[in-house]
Design a protein around this ligand. Structure first.
Ligand code: ADP
Length: 558
């Protein structure tokens, strides 16, 4: 591109130069004609342009005048004894030549750039060296063990050759977003000291059939130049999703890309030690052709961290940050159930920003708490003027309803209730901290649904059935999801069947409704038995707007 700009500038300078030369020694045609009549002209340099040049007798200077372009101009000059020399129009020819060169260059550059962009390199992110090693990844011990095996294949392939062992070429990392899949792939490359090529599955998908396949070939060609490498394909589902029967163009493109990928992977020669790692959030949606033996046949789960892993990740993230003695990493790890590594990273980063804004040199627990709420619920709205007292009362009753049911059924620890709306759209919120459990019991699922109904039910009890609001839509959605899984997936109703597989039970909706009604009634009973507490807690919320764990439990101690 720089070359092109340089060339255009040179072209303009030359063009100006040519035009400037033409501007020198200009004489009007009337003057010129007088000189002809006075026999002062020696030679005329004629061409077809709008200007002509001439020389006077005993004067070497070249003058310019307008070309009259009359039919008998030459004859007239010759009659006057003037030497008439016809020549090419240098200025115009130069301009024409330069213009042609410029246009051709432009076409060439645009063609090359397009070719580069659309076909060959929608640039793969090549990092010969990256700074991530296993020591930078906390938790995920099983995945790390598996990853260490891959490093060993890459480092010492001869060991495996001796026993004729087939080393895995395709590995799938699967798990929730932000759990460290990319980090793990990078760490494998660094530990094995091989180049790392990363690309996103969606980068292969173009409107034009064949483009993705050619990108795949180019990526592998580049990696092969090194003999040893790690290729990382993020979001493999973009090309490797189960094939559907529809005959759309995008499917044809995906098919070609997928085939190119599989062909390249089966074409590795013995001396090429290239490992292809693909990442996805959902392994169940990948095409069977992709995950069968000899292809992406090693599947490693990189899941959400448990409490111990969260503690390790937080320790690592806070290692180089100044914290004061109020910070208890174990406690933060307990509170951050369902947080991915990436969310923990944001938590620590947000807390540092809040500490800086607070003019503090150390991060304290208040900063962490603020960051925690920001990540879970979003920023609180600064301008609360739009909130009228009626809305505030509804939110207070709704949140108090959730809190009371949660406390009575011991569903979770309530760490905070707020009736300040957030920019994420929540009217208010109740932050619950659940226990880390591998499995959920039938009772726990039922209690979770009942506590989700707590908000709507409290509105009904206090304001009447006709005055319930839209505020419960999110709770209803979550509760419905759990009800569907309770009956259709976990077989916790009368039949121990997976209705999702059966796909056709007409009574199923009736069963969902039935369960929902029973649980809603249970919720109502709990709140009616605790109506005083419901009123006290909602009034306290109206007064203070935010209540913390201590305050909540002191109000609800009975
Ligand atoms: P994924 O590829 O699974 O979406 P990434 O590897 O991109 O996740 O992780 C995003 C960020 O989250 C990392 O840059 C890192 O800051 C943080 N992170 C995730 N998991 C861990 C972990 N186990 N240890 C330390 N940091 C982690």
């Amino acid at each position: 591109m720089k070359k092109l700009i340089g060339f255009i500038s040179l072209f303009i300078v030359i063009l100006l130069g040519v035009n400037l030369i033409d501007k020198d020694n200009y004489i009007s045609y009337i003057e010129f004609y007088k000189k002809v009549n006075n026999k002062e002209i020696d030679t005329i340099f004629y061409n077809n342009s709008d200007k002509i040049k001439f020389k006077e007798k005993n004067n070497d200077t070249v003058f310019i005048t307008d070309n009259p372009r009359t039919e008998n101009f030459k004859q007239e000059m010759l009659i006057n004894g003037i030497d008439f020399k016809e020549q090419l129009n240098i200025g115009n020819s130069l301009t024409a030549i330069l213009t042609i060169i410029l246009i051709s260059s432009l076409i060439f550059v645009i063609y090359k750039k397009n070719k580069k962009n659309t076909i060959l390199v929608k640039e793969f992110n090549t990092e010969d060296k990256n700074n991530i090693f296993f020591k930078d990844i906390a938790g995920n011990e099983e995945a790390k063990e598996n990853a260490k095996d891959i490093v060993d294949f890459l480092k010492y392939p001869e060991k495996y050759e001796k026993l004729n062992a087939r080393t895995p070429k395709g590995i799938i990392f699967y798990g929730e977003p932000g759990t460290g899949k990319t980090m793990m792939a990078k760490a494998i490359a660094s530990e094995a000291n091989v180049p790392f090529y990363s690309v996103c599955g969606s980068d292969f998908m173009e409107m034009y059939v064949g483009v993705g396949a050619s990108r795949v070939r180019n990526l592998f060609k580049k990696a092969r130049e090194n003999k040893k490498a790690v290729i990382f394909i993020d979001e493999i589902d973009a090309i490797g999703k189960k094939r559907s029967n529809s005959l759309q163009n995008s499917n044809e493109e995906r098919e070609q890309t997928l085939n190119a990928l599989l062909t390249e992977m089966s074409g590795f020669s013995k001396d090429e030690n290239i490992v292809v790692i693909a990442a996805t959030n959902r392994i169940d949606i990948l095409d069977d052709a992709l995950i069968r033996a000899g292809r992406f046949d090693r599947h490693i789960e990189i899941g959400l961290p448990d409490k111990v892993a969260r503690e390790k990740i937080l320790t690592l993230l806070l290692e180089n940050k100044k914290t004061d003695k109020t910070i208890d990493i174990k406690d933060i790890a307990k509170k951050t159930i369902y947080f991915s590594g990436a969310m923990l990273d944001s938590l620590v980063n947000e807390a540092s920003i809040i500490a800086i804004k607070d003019n503090k040199e150390e991060i304290n627990i208040t900063h962490i708490d603020k960051a925690y709420l920001k990540i879970l619920a979003g920023d609180e709205k600064k301008d609360k003027s739009f909130l009228n007292s009626k809305d505030k009362k509804i939110i207070a009753v709704h949140e108090a309803g959730h809190a009371i049911v949660t406390k009575v059924l011991n569903v979770a620890t309530i760490s905070k209730i707020s009736i300040i709306p957030t920019i994420k759209g929540a009217g208010g919120f109740c932050v619950n901290i659940f226990e880390d459990n591998l499995f959920k019991s039938k009772k726990e699922l039922e209690n979770q649904i009942i506590s989700l109904y707590g908000g709507r039910c409290a509105e009904e009890i206090i304001f009447g059935n006709d005055n319930v609001t839209t505020g419960a839509y999110n709770d209803i959605e979550k509760a419905t999801n759990i009800i569907i899984d309770y009956i259709s997936k976990y077989g916790m109703d009368n039949n121990i069947l997976n209705y999702k597989m059966l796909n056709e039970d007409k009574n199923i909706i009736e069963q969902y409704k039935n369960l929902s009604n029973i649980l809603y009634e249970k919720c109502k009973n709990i709140l009616l038995n605790n109506i005083n507490n419901l009123k006290i807690l909602s009034n306290e919320l109206l007064e203070k707007e935010v209540l913390n764990e201590k305050e909540i439990y002191s109000i609800l101690k009975d």
